[in-house]
Design a protein around this ligand. Sequence first.
Ligand code: NAD
Length: 443
Amino acid sequence: MKIAVVGTGYVGLVAGTCFAESGNDVTCVDVDQAKIELLRAGKVPIYEPGLEELIKRNVEEERLKFTTNLGEAVKRSLICFICVGTPPKADGAPDLKYVLGAAADIAKAMDGYRIVVMKSTVPVGTADKIRGVMKAATDHEFDVVSNPEFLKEGAAVEDFLKPDRVVIGAGDVRCAAIMKELYSPFVRTGNPILTMDNRSAELTKYAANALLAARISFMNEVANLAELVGADVNDVRQGVGSDARIGHSFLFPGVGYGGSCFPKDVDALGHTAKEHGYDFKILTATNAVNREQKRILFKKAHDYFKGDLKGRKIAVWGLAFKPRTDDMREAPSIDTVSALLEHGARVRAFDPIARDTARKIFGDRIEYAKKQYDALEGAEALLIITEWNEFRRPDFERMKALMARPVIFDGRNLYDPKRTAALGFEYSGIGVRGPSPSETAGK
Ligand code: NAD
């Protein structure tokens, strides 16, 4: 099949590449000239495991092309995916100007029937808006499909090639059949392709993300309570997750969720509810809990040093919003590091991949360690924000030798509190039982 993918970011680049990998002829379009030039030069603008080699192979096989010329891409394609960004506006509603702009541009370039597939995350009713914008710009026939994307950054290629499910919202049976054929190579193990109407497909994406976000906030509150009542959230998590109705995933407490999706999608769903006169209370609470949780490591460090962080060297491990990505959009590290800086701390951070992204955010207000252990030199505390694999089994003796004080605030519960205590560290995780650093402060 001939496919145009409009918007070559995390979603568009992965989707376009994976469609090419299954034999389709794909043209990826972006308005960002520099991005397209980079891709044409064989360089990948984002970090995503496995993506670079897939792009290389499909470009060599001439199934994957990159262009800034949307008109040309639309003319040679039957299916046009819209994968542009939907950033939040001040009131929480997603800004649809890129989506509607792309739809209008596709309509203007059409020279016959096209299937326009909405892959960006968009509020209920957007497919109707797209129809309106397109009808005003073309006399040719078209169908609008809502096909939300569920990939996770850090495992995007794998998720796309082996989705748990594919959701296709389409009013027209023929075009739904074409979409099913396009996706059939990815669901050979029997995972479902679910067809439904546009509105249900649009709502499915928000409901899934909001439910996951709520689960995270819920467990973060359980962890905070566990600390107060002297329970251990790791035991609670296993006890709760062993219930087949609940399951073990997404029960890990931490420093709050970030990324380009959960925060904005929770807000957007709340906004949709409000527009329809409905107060979606769980969403408000999910958001509020998360905002506080993002500052939890800062608060722990602040309490430990009795409010006096001025001039103290603080080491940070992990800046990306999650492992295996360079993405820092809405990352808890931004809240944590900003709060440390506001209180006069000197921050030296290490992240295996997100250093360049971090530089754009913090500039020279923090130091960037090239290696994991370099961040620790002379530090009075280490804050662990992202659970990169390389942080899981560190050389504790080396850490202790490098640090001015062996104090760890672990936002991802990577270490056993008793073991770290036995090794001579003051350790505080999230909701796990162990000697609290604030109890032993000054010893
Ligand atoms: P992104 O910011 O990485 O990429 C968007 C791209 O679209 C940019 O390269 C931008 O230059 C380009 N663009 C904007 N307007 C354009 C136009 N008119 N024509 C061509 N290109 C244009 O965004 P993303 O993370 O890929 O997210 C895209 C959408 O997918 C969002 O709605 C997001 O919520 C959703 N989504 C994202 C993820 C994720 O993990 N990142 C997962 C599922 C769904």
